[in-house]
Design a protein around this ligand. Structure first.
Ligand code: T4K
Length: 416
Protein backbone atom coordinates (compact mmCIF):
# COMPACT_ATOMS: atom_id res chain seq x y z
CA UNK A 1 0.00 0.00 0.00
CA UNK A 2 1.71 3.15 -1.18
CA UNK A 3 1.07 6.44 -2.88
CA UNK A 4 0.89 6.11 -6.68
CA UNK A 5 3.28 8.45 -8.43
CA UNK A 6 3.49 7.33 -12.01
CA UNK A 7 1.27 5.85 -14.66
CA UNK A 8 3.22 2.59 -14.39
CA UNK A 9 2.21 2.30 -10.70
CA UNK A 10 -1.45 2.01 -11.56
CA UNK A 11 -3.24 -1.33 -11.66
CA UNK A 12 -4.41 -0.56 -15.22
CA UNK A 13 -0.71 -0.55 -16.18
CA UNK A 14 -0.15 -3.90 -14.55
CA UNK A 15 0.89 -2.67 -11.10
CA UNK A 16 -0.57 -4.15 -7.92
CA UNK A 17 -3.79 -2.49 -6.76
CA UNK A 18 -3.33 0.27 -4.18
CA UNK A 19 -5.15 -1.82 -1.56
CA UNK A 20 -5.08 -5.57 -1.20
CA UNK A 21 -8.61 -5.71 0.19
CA UNK A 22 -11.59 -3.67 -1.04
CA UNK A 23 -11.90 -0.29 0.66
CA UNK A 24 -15.60 0.42 1.20
CA UNK A 25 -17.48 3.70 1.39
CA UNK A 26 -19.89 2.33 3.99
CA UNK A 27 -17.42 0.46 6.23
CA UNK A 28 -19.16 0.45 9.62
CA UNK A 29 -17.70 2.30 12.60
CA UNK A 30 -17.50 0.11 15.68
CA UNK A 31 -17.80 1.25 19.28
CA UNK A 32 -15.99 -0.46 22.16
CA UNK A 33 -16.51 -4.22 21.88
CA UNK A 34 -16.48 -4.91 25.62
CA UNK A 35 -19.37 -2.51 26.14
CA UNK A 36 -21.29 -4.16 23.31
CA UNK A 37 -20.71 -7.68 24.60
CA UNK A 38 -21.70 -6.70 28.10
CA UNK A 39 -24.96 -5.21 26.82
CA UNK A 40 -25.62 -8.35 24.76
CA UNK A 41 -25.05 -10.52 27.86
CA UNK A 42 -27.60 -8.39 29.68
CA UNK A 43 -30.15 -8.93 26.91
CA UNK A 44 -29.65 -12.69 27.09
CA UNK A 45 -29.77 -12.71 30.88
CA UNK A 46 -33.02 -10.78 30.93
CA UNK A 47 -34.49 -12.89 28.13
CA UNK A 48 -36.13 -9.79 26.79
CA UNK A 49 -35.14 -9.65 23.16
CA UNK A 50 -37.52 -7.21 21.52
CA UNK A 51 -40.89 -5.43 21.98
CA UNK A 52 -39.98 -2.27 23.87
CA UNK A 53 -37.02 -3.63 25.77
CA UNK A 54 -35.02 -1.54 28.18
CA UNK A 55 -32.11 -0.96 25.79
CA UNK A 56 -34.50 0.34 23.14
CA UNK A 57 -35.90 2.76 25.71
CA UNK A 58 -32.42 3.90 26.65
CA UNK A 59 -31.52 4.31 22.97
CA UNK A 60 -34.66 6.39 22.42
CA UNK A 61 -33.87 8.65 25.39
CA UNK A 62 -30.33 9.26 24.16
CA UNK A 63 -31.33 9.93 20.56
CA UNK A 64 -34.07 12.32 21.71
CA UNK A 65 -31.52 14.09 23.92
CA UNK A 66 -29.02 14.45 21.09
CA UNK A 67 -31.73 15.69 18.71
CA UNK A 68 -33.20 18.08 21.27
CA UNK A 69 -36.76 16.73 20.97
CA UNK A 70 -39.38 15.37 23.37
CA UNK A 71 -40.07 12.12 21.52
CA UNK A 72 -38.03 9.46 19.79
CA UNK A 73 -39.55 6.24 18.51
CA UNK A 74 -36.91 3.73 17.48
CA UNK A 75 -37.69 1.63 14.41
CA UNK A 76 -36.22 -1.41 12.69
CA UNK A 77 -34.76 0.79 9.93
CA UNK A 78 -35.03 4.25 8.42
CA UNK A 79 -37.34 3.34 5.55
CA UNK A 80 -39.98 1.85 7.88
CA UNK A 81 -39.58 4.92 10.10
CA UNK A 82 -40.40 7.11 7.11
CA UNK A 83 -43.37 4.95 6.13
CA UNK A 84 -44.84 5.08 9.60
CA UNK A 85 -44.32 8.83 9.99
CA UNK A 86 -45.93 9.42 6.58
CA UNK A 87 -48.90 7.27 7.54
CA UNK A 88 -49.30 8.79 10.98
CA UNK A 89 -49.35 12.25 9.39
CA UNK A 90 -52.10 11.03 7.06
CA UNK A 91 -50.29 12.06 3.90
CA UNK A 92 -51.97 10.96 0.69
CA UNK A 93 -52.29 12.04 -2.93
CA UNK A 94 -48.98 13.68 -3.86
CA UNK A 95 -45.96 14.50 -1.74
CA UNK A 96 -43.04 16.55 -3.04
CA UNK A 97 -39.57 15.01 -2.62
CA UNK A 98 -36.16 15.74 -4.12
CA UNK A 99 -35.21 13.63 -7.13
CA UNK A 100 -31.64 13.41 -5.86
CA UNK A 101 -31.72 11.12 -2.83
CA UNK A 102 -31.58 7.45 -1.89
CA UNK A 103 -34.50 5.55 -3.37
CA UNK A 104 -35.98 4.80 0.08
CA UNK A 105 -37.22 8.39 0.31
CA UNK A 106 -39.58 7.94 -2.64
CA UNK A 107 -40.37 4.29 -1.97
CA UNK A 108 -41.63 5.11 1.52
CA UNK A 109 -44.40 7.06 -0.21
CA UNK A 110 -45.00 4.86 -3.24
CA UNK A 111 -45.24 1.78 -1.01
CA UNK A 112 -48.39 3.42 0.41
CA UNK A 113 -49.64 4.44 -3.01
CA UNK A 114 -48.80 8.08 -2.43
CA UNK A 115 -47.23 9.69 -5.49
CA UNK A 116 -43.76 11.17 -4.99
CA UNK A 117 -43.42 14.29 -7.13
CA UNK A 118 -39.82 15.15 -7.88
CA UNK A 119 -38.41 18.56 -7.09
CA UNK A 120 -35.00 19.78 -8.15
CA UNK A 121 -32.10 20.41 -5.77
CA UNK A 122 -29.75 23.23 -4.98
CA UNK A 123 -26.72 22.74 -7.25
CA UNK A 124 -24.18 23.46 -4.49
CA UNK A 125 -25.64 21.67 -1.45
CA UNK A 126 -27.76 19.02 -3.23
CA UNK A 127 -30.75 19.56 -0.93
CA UNK A 128 -34.29 20.25 -2.15
CA UNK A 129 -34.82 23.66 -3.76
CA UNK A 130 -37.84 25.43 -2.20
CA UNK A 131 -38.55 27.33 -5.45
CA UNK A 132 -38.89 24.04 -7.27
CA UNK A 133 -41.21 22.76 -4.52
CA UNK A 134 -43.52 25.74 -4.83
CA UNK A 135 -43.92 25.18 -8.57
CA UNK A 136 -44.99 21.55 -8.11
CA UNK A 137 -47.83 22.06 -5.64
CA UNK A 138 -51.22 20.94 -6.97
CA UNK A 139 -54.62 20.43 -5.30
CA UNK A 140 -53.52 16.83 -4.64
CA UNK A 141 -50.37 17.80 -2.71
CA UNK A 142 -50.53 16.97 1.00
CA UNK A 143 -46.92 17.27 2.08
CA UNK A 144 -43.27 18.02 1.50
CA UNK A 145 -40.61 15.46 2.34
CA UNK A 146 -37.20 17.17 2.42
CA UNK A 147 -33.91 15.29 2.71
CA UNK A 148 -30.91 16.63 4.62
CA UNK A 149 -28.60 15.04 2.07
CA UNK A 150 -24.98 14.43 3.12
CA UNK A 151 -25.91 16.07 6.46
CA UNK A 152 -26.41 19.41 4.71
CA UNK A 153 -29.66 20.75 6.10
CA UNK A 154 -32.58 21.76 3.92
CA UNK A 155 -33.75 25.35 3.88
CA UNK A 156 -36.21 24.48 6.66
CA UNK A 157 -37.31 28.11 7.05
CA UNK A 158 -38.39 28.49 3.41
CA UNK A 159 -39.97 25.04 3.33
CA UNK A 160 -41.77 25.75 6.62
CA UNK A 161 -43.18 28.98 5.20
CA UNK A 162 -44.42 27.19 2.06
CA UNK A 163 -45.97 24.39 4.12
CA UNK A 164 -47.79 26.84 6.41
CA UNK A 165 -49.02 29.00 3.56
CA UNK A 166 -50.26 26.05 1.48
CA UNK A 167 -51.57 23.93 4.37
CA UNK A 168 -49.08 21.08 3.85
CA UNK A 169 -47.36 18.70 6.23
CA UNK A 170 -43.58 18.97 6.38
CA UNK A 171 -41.35 16.05 7.22
CA UNK A 172 -37.62 15.47 6.86
CA UNK A 173 -35.66 12.42 5.86
CA UNK A 174 -32.71 12.97 8.19
CA UNK A 175 -31.05 9.62 7.42
CA UNK A 176 -27.71 11.39 6.91
CA UNK A 177 -28.05 14.12 9.48
CA UNK A 178 -27.97 12.71 12.99
CA UNK A 179 -25.63 14.95 14.99
CA UNK A 180 -25.91 17.87 12.55
CA UNK A 181 -27.31 21.30 13.25
CA UNK A 182 -28.92 24.21 11.44
CA UNK A 183 -28.50 27.73 12.79
CA UNK A 184 -27.33 26.14 16.01
CA UNK A 185 -30.40 23.91 16.44
CA UNK A 186 -29.90 20.16 16.22
CA UNK A 187 -31.56 18.30 13.38
CA UNK A 188 -34.56 16.48 14.84
CA UNK A 189 -36.99 19.24 15.74
CA UNK A 190 -37.71 20.62 12.26
CA UNK A 191 -41.07 20.13 10.52
CA UNK A 192 -43.72 17.81 11.94
CA UNK A 193 -41.25 14.94 12.26
CA UNK A 194 -37.77 13.90 11.19
CA UNK A 195 -36.48 10.39 10.53
CA UNK A 196 -32.97 9.11 11.19
CA UNK A 197 -31.29 5.99 9.84
CA UNK A 198 -28.91 3.97 11.98
CA UNK A 199 -28.06 1.48 9.25
CA UNK A 200 -24.64 -0.22 9.44
CA UNK A 201 -23.25 2.25 6.91
CA UNK A 202 -24.26 5.31 8.95
CA UNK A 203 -21.67 6.94 11.20
CA UNK A 204 -23.69 5.89 14.26
CA UNK A 205 -25.20 2.50 13.63
CA UNK A 206 -27.45 -0.05 15.26
CA UNK A 207 -26.78 -2.73 12.62
CA UNK A 208 -30.17 -1.95 11.08
CA UNK A 209 -32.27 0.76 12.67
CA UNK A 210 -33.96 4.09 12.46
CA UNK A 211 -35.91 6.55 14.56
CA UNK A 212 -38.73 9.03 14.18
CA UNK A 213 -38.30 12.15 16.28
CA UNK A 214 -40.87 14.85 16.93
CA UNK A 215 -42.09 17.38 19.47
CA UNK A 216 -45.72 16.61 18.66
CA UNK A 217 -47.15 14.54 21.54
CA UNK A 218 -50.16 13.16 19.66
CA UNK A 219 -48.14 12.32 16.57
CA UNK A 220 -45.59 10.51 18.73
CA UNK A 221 -48.35 8.50 20.39
CA UNK A 222 -49.74 7.38 17.03
CA UNK A 223 -46.30 6.49 15.66
CA UNK A 224 -45.48 4.48 18.77
CA UNK A 225 -48.69 2.47 18.36
CA UNK A 226 -48.29 2.09 14.60
CA UNK A 227 -44.84 0.59 14.87
CA UNK A 228 -46.39 -2.15 17.07
CA UNK A 229 -49.27 -3.26 14.81
CA UNK A 230 -51.56 -0.53 16.22
CA UNK A 231 -52.00 -2.30 19.58
CA UNK A 232 -53.31 -0.07 22.37
CA UNK A 233 -53.61 -2.95 24.85
CA UNK A 234 -53.13 -6.71 24.82
CA UNK A 235 -56.41 -7.27 23.01
CA UNK A 236 -57.19 -3.99 21.36
CA UNK A 237 -56.00 -2.53 18.09
CA UNK A 238 -56.72 1.14 17.30
CA UNK A 239 -55.74 1.29 13.61
CA UNK A 240 -53.64 -0.33 10.93
CA UNK A 241 -50.09 -0.72 12.10
CA UNK A 242 -47.01 -2.62 11.11
CA UNK A 243 -44.06 -4.28 12.75
CA UNK A 244 -41.49 -1.52 12.85
CA UNK A 245 -39.87 -2.36 16.17
CA UNK A 246 -36.19 -2.15 16.92
CA UNK A 247 -34.86 -5.20 18.78
CA UNK A 248 -32.56 -5.28 21.80
CA UNK A 249 -29.43 -6.43 19.95
CA UNK A 250 -29.77 -3.52 17.57
CA UNK A 251 -30.31 -1.14 20.49
CA UNK A 252 -27.19 -2.58 22.17
CA UNK A 253 -25.19 -1.83 19.05
CA UNK A 254 -26.80 1.58 18.76
CA UNK A 255 -25.99 2.53 22.36
CA UNK A 256 -22.41 1.35 21.97
CA UNK A 257 -22.15 3.39 18.83
CA UNK A 258 -23.55 6.44 20.63
CA UNK A 259 -20.90 5.99 23.34
CA UNK A 260 -18.25 6.44 20.64
CA UNK A 261 -20.08 9.06 18.59
CA UNK A 262 -17.70 11.91 19.43
CA UNK A 263 -14.70 9.88 18.38
CA UNK A 264 -16.40 8.88 15.09
CA UNK A 265 -17.08 12.54 14.34
CA UNK A 266 -13.48 13.46 15.17
CA UNK A 267 -12.15 10.75 12.85
CA UNK A 268 -14.49 11.80 10.05
CA UNK A 269 -13.49 15.45 10.50
CA UNK A 270 -9.81 14.53 10.35
CA UNK A 271 -10.42 12.43 7.23
CA UNK A 272 -12.31 15.25 5.56
CA UNK A 273 -9.46 17.66 6.26
CA UNK A 274 -6.98 15.15 4.81
CA UNK A 275 -9.04 14.76 1.65
CA UNK A 276 -9.31 18.55 1.37
CA UNK A 277 -5.52 18.83 1.60
CA UNK A 278 -4.72 15.94 -0.72
CA UNK A 279 -7.28 16.80 -3.40
CA UNK A 280 -6.53 20.50 -3.34
CA UNK A 281 -5.75 21.94 -6.76
CA UNK A 282 -6.92 18.97 -8.85
CA UNK A 283 -8.62 20.49 -11.89
CA UNK A 284 -12.39 20.18 -11.96
CA UNK A 285 -12.90 18.61 -8.52
CA UNK A 286 -14.91 20.22 -5.73
CA UNK A 287 -15.08 18.69 -2.28
CA UNK A 288 -18.47 19.47 -0.74
CA UNK A 289 -18.01 21.34 2.53
CA UNK A 290 -20.56 21.34 5.34
CA UNK A 291 -21.91 24.76 6.32
CA UNK A 292 -19.43 26.74 8.39
CA UNK A 293 -20.20 27.15 12.08
CA UNK A 294 -22.65 24.23 12.27
CA UNK A 295 -22.27 20.87 13.93
CA UNK A 296 -21.90 18.10 11.40
CA UNK A 297 -21.08 14.38 11.40
CA UNK A 298 -18.78 14.52 8.33
CA UNK A 299 -20.29 11.17 7.37
CA UNK A 300 -19.90 11.44 3.61
CA UNK A 301 -16.90 12.62 1.64
CA UNK A 302 -18.55 13.91 -1.51
CA UNK A 303 -16.56 15.10 -4.48
CA UNK A 304 -18.22 16.81 -7.42
CA UNK A 305 -16.44 16.10 -10.69
CA UNK A 306 -17.20 18.94 -13.08
CA UNK A 307 -17.80 17.40 -16.53
CA UNK A 308 -16.87 20.70 -18.19
CA UNK A 309 -13.56 21.15 -16.42
CA UNK A 310 -12.22 17.82 -15.20
CA UNK A 311 -10.05 16.14 -17.86
CA UNK A 312 -11.15 12.67 -16.70
CA UNK A 313 -14.88 11.99 -16.44
CA UNK A 314 -16.53 10.94 -13.18
CA UNK A 315 -17.28 7.41 -14.40
CA UNK A 316 -13.71 6.90 -15.59
CA UNK A 317 -12.47 8.07 -12.19
CA UNK A 318 -14.84 5.61 -10.56
CA UNK A 319 -13.56 2.75 -12.71
CA UNK A 320 -9.97 3.74 -12.06
CA UNK A 321 -10.55 3.72 -8.29
CA UNK A 322 -12.21 0.31 -8.44
CA UNK A 323 -9.21 -1.16 -10.25
CA UNK A 324 -7.20 -0.02 -7.23
CA UNK A 325 -9.71 -1.69 -4.89
CA UNK A 326 -11.21 1.62 -3.79
CA UNK A 327 -14.93 0.99 -4.02
CA UNK A 328 -16.06 4.61 -4.37
CA UNK A 329 -19.75 5.15 -5.15
CA UNK A 330 -21.70 7.50 -7.37
CA UNK A 331 -24.58 8.04 -4.95
CA UNK A 332 -27.42 8.83 -5.92
CA UNK A 333 -27.03 8.20 -9.61
CA UNK A 334 -29.04 8.38 -11.85
CA UNK A 335 -31.69 10.27 -9.85
CA UNK A 336 -34.99 8.82 -8.76
CA UNK A 337 -36.75 10.01 -11.90
CA UNK A 338 -34.69 7.44 -13.81
CA UNK A 339 -35.55 4.51 -11.56
CA UNK A 340 -38.66 2.39 -11.81
CA UNK A 341 -41.52 2.83 -11.29
CA UNK A 342 -40.87 6.58 -11.38
CA UNK A 343 -39.23 6.57 -14.79
CA UNK A 344 -42.41 5.12 -16.31
CA UNK A 345 -44.71 7.32 -14.22
CA UNK A 346 -42.90 10.55 -15.16
CA UNK A 347 -41.10 10.09 -18.49
CA UNK A 348 -40.58 13.85 -18.83
CA UNK A 349 -39.49 14.59 -15.26
CA UNK A 350 -35.93 15.31 -16.35
CA UNK A 351 -37.09 18.50 -18.06
CA UNK A 352 -37.62 20.09 -14.64
CA UNK A 353 -34.53 18.65 -12.94
CA UNK A 354 -31.38 20.27 -14.38
CA UNK A 355 -29.51 20.42 -11.06
CA UNK A 356 -30.43 16.84 -10.19
CA UNK A 357 -29.07 15.66 -13.53
CA UNK A 358 -25.90 17.68 -13.01
CA UNK A 359 -25.42 16.37 -9.44
CA UNK A 360 -26.05 12.77 -10.50
CA UNK A 361 -23.46 13.16 -13.26
CA UNK A 362 -20.78 14.59 -10.98
CA UNK A 363 -20.90 12.99 -7.54
CA UNK A 364 -18.23 10.61 -6.37
CA UNK A 365 -18.41 9.46 -2.74
CA UNK A 366 -15.10 8.44 -1.19
CA UNK A 367 -14.44 6.17 1.79
CA UNK A 368 -14.18 7.65 5.26
CA UNK A 369 -14.83 6.58 8.86
CA UNK A 370 -12.80 4.54 11.29
CA UNK A 371 -11.25 2.27 8.67
CA UNK A 372 -9.58 5.18 6.86
CA UNK A 373 -6.48 7.03 8.00
CA UNK A 374 -4.35 9.82 6.51
CA UNK A 375 -2.02 7.35 4.80
CA UNK A 376 -4.90 5.54 3.06
CA UNK A 377 -6.45 8.87 2.07
CA UNK A 378 -3.18 10.05 0.54
CA UNK A 379 -3.14 6.88 -1.57
CA UNK A 380 -6.75 7.30 -2.72
CA UNK A 381 -6.02 10.93 -3.60
CA UNK A 382 -2.84 9.98 -5.45
CA UNK A 383 -4.85 7.68 -7.72
CA UNK A 384 -7.35 10.46 -8.43
CA UNK A 385 -4.60 13.02 -9.07
CA UNK A 386 -2.77 10.70 -11.43
CA UNK A 387 -6.01 9.88 -13.22
CA UNK A 388 -6.80 13.54 -13.80
CA UNK A 389 -3.24 14.55 -14.71
CA UNK A 390 -2.78 11.67 -17.14
CA UNK A 391 -6.40 11.61 -18.28
CA UNK A 392 -5.85 10.65 -21.94
CA UNK A 393 -3.62 7.68 -21.19
CA UNK A 394 -5.81 6.53 -18.29
CA UNK A 395 -8.97 6.75 -20.39
CA UNK A 396 -7.37 4.73 -23.15
CA UNK A 397 -6.11 2.08 -20.73
CA UNK A 398 -9.51 1.82 -19.05
CA UNK A 399 -11.18 1.20 -22.40
CA UNK A 400 -9.05 -1.82 -23.21
CA UNK A 401 -8.48 -3.36 -19.81
CA UNK A 402 -11.26 -2.50 -17.41
CA UNK A 403 -14.55 -2.39 -19.21
CA UNK A 404 -14.32 -5.90 -20.70
CA UNK A 405 -13.10 -7.38 -17.40
CA UNK A 406 -15.67 -5.80 -15.10
CA UNK A 407 -18.87 -5.46 -17.10
CA UNK A 408 -21.05 -5.53 -14.00
CA UNK A 409 -19.17 -3.04 -11.86
CA UNK A 410 -21.75 -0.44 -12.67
CA UNK A 411 -25.01 -0.55 -14.51
CA UNK A 412 -26.55 2.32 -16.39
CA UNK A 413 -30.28 2.63 -16.87
CA UNK A 414 -31.52 3.81 -20.22
CA UNK A 415 -31.61 7.54 -20.69
CA UNK A 416 -33.08 10.09 -20.20
N1 T4K B 1 -33.06 8.00 3.23
C1 T4K B 1 -31.81 8.21 2.81
C2 T4K B 1 -31.43 9.57 2.31
C3 T4K B 1 -30.86 7.18 2.86
O1 T4K B 1 -29.59 7.40 2.42
C4 T4K B 1 -31.24 5.93 3.36
C5 T4K B 1 -30.29 4.84 3.40
C6 T4K B 1 -32.57 5.76 3.80
C7 T4K B 1 -33.46 6.82 3.72
C8 T4K B 1 -33.08 4.46 4.34
O2 T4K B 1 -32.49 4.13 5.59
P1 T4K B 1 -32.40 2.55 5.99
O3 T4K B 1 -33.74 1.94 5.74
O4 T4K B 1 -31.30 1.92 5.17
O5 T4K B 1 -32.07 2.62 7.46
C9 T4K B 1 -26.51 1.94 1.67
C10 T4K B 1 -27.32 1.67 2.91
O6 T4K B 1 -27.82 0.34 2.93
C11 T4K B 1 -28.47 2.62 3.10
O7 T4K B 1 -28.87 2.54 4.46
C12 T4K B 1 -28.04 4.04 2.82
N2 T4K B 1 -29.13 4.98 2.87
C13 T4K B 1 -27.39 4.13 1.46
C14 T4K B 1 -26.92 5.54 1.15
O8 T4K B 1 -26.25 3.30 1.44
P2 T4K B 1 -26.28 0.62 -0.56
O9 T4K B 1 -27.25 0.04 -1.50
O10 T4K B 1 -25.26 1.54 -1.08
O11 T4K B 1 -25.59 -0.53 0.32
P3 T4K B 1 -24.36 -1.48 -0.02
O12 T4K B 1 -24.76 -2.85 0.39
O13 T4K B 1 -23.90 -1.27 -1.41
O14 T4K B 1 -23.26 -0.99 1.02
C15 T4K B 1 -22.62 0.25 0.89
C16 T4K B 1 -21.15 0.10 1.15
O15 T4K B 1 -20.90 -0.24 2.49
C17 T4K B 1 -20.47 -0.99 0.32
O16 T4K B 1 -19.21 -0.47 -0.10
C18 T4K B 1 -20.25 -2.12 1.29
C19 T4K B 1 -20.11 -1.42 2.62
N3 T4K B 1 -20.60 -2.17 3.77
C20 T4K B 1 -21.94 -2.36 3.89
C21 T4K B 1 -22.44 -3.04 4.96
C22 T4K B 1 -23.92 -3.24 5.11
C23 T4K B 1 -19.70 -2.69 4.69
O17 T4K B 1 -18.48 -2.51 4.54
N4 T4K B 1 -20.19 -3.37 5.76
C24 T4K B 1 -21.53 -3.57 5.95
O18 T4K B 1 -21.94 -4.17 6.96
O19 T4K B 1 -27.14 1.38 0.55
Amino acid sequence: MRVKQDLGDLAISGGPPAFEEPVHVGRPNLGPREALFSRLEGVLDRRWLTNDGELVHEFERRVAGAAGVRHCIATCNGEIGLEIAIRALELRGEVIVPAFTFVATAHSLQWQEITPVFADVDPRTHVIDPRSVERLITPKTTGILGVHLWGQTCDVEALGAIARRRGLKLIFDAAHAFGCSRRGRPVGGFGHAEVFSFHATKFVNSLEGGAVVTDDDELARRIRLMKNFGFVGYDDVAFVGTNGKMNEFCAAMGLTSLDAMDSFVAINARNHAEYARELNGITGLRLLEPPAGERTNWQYVVVDVDPERCPLGRDDLLDLLWTENVQARRYFYPGLHRMEPYRSHFPNAHLLLPSTIRAAAGVLVLPTGQSMDPEAIAIVASVIRLGVERADEVRAALRVTVRPRHPRRRTDPESP
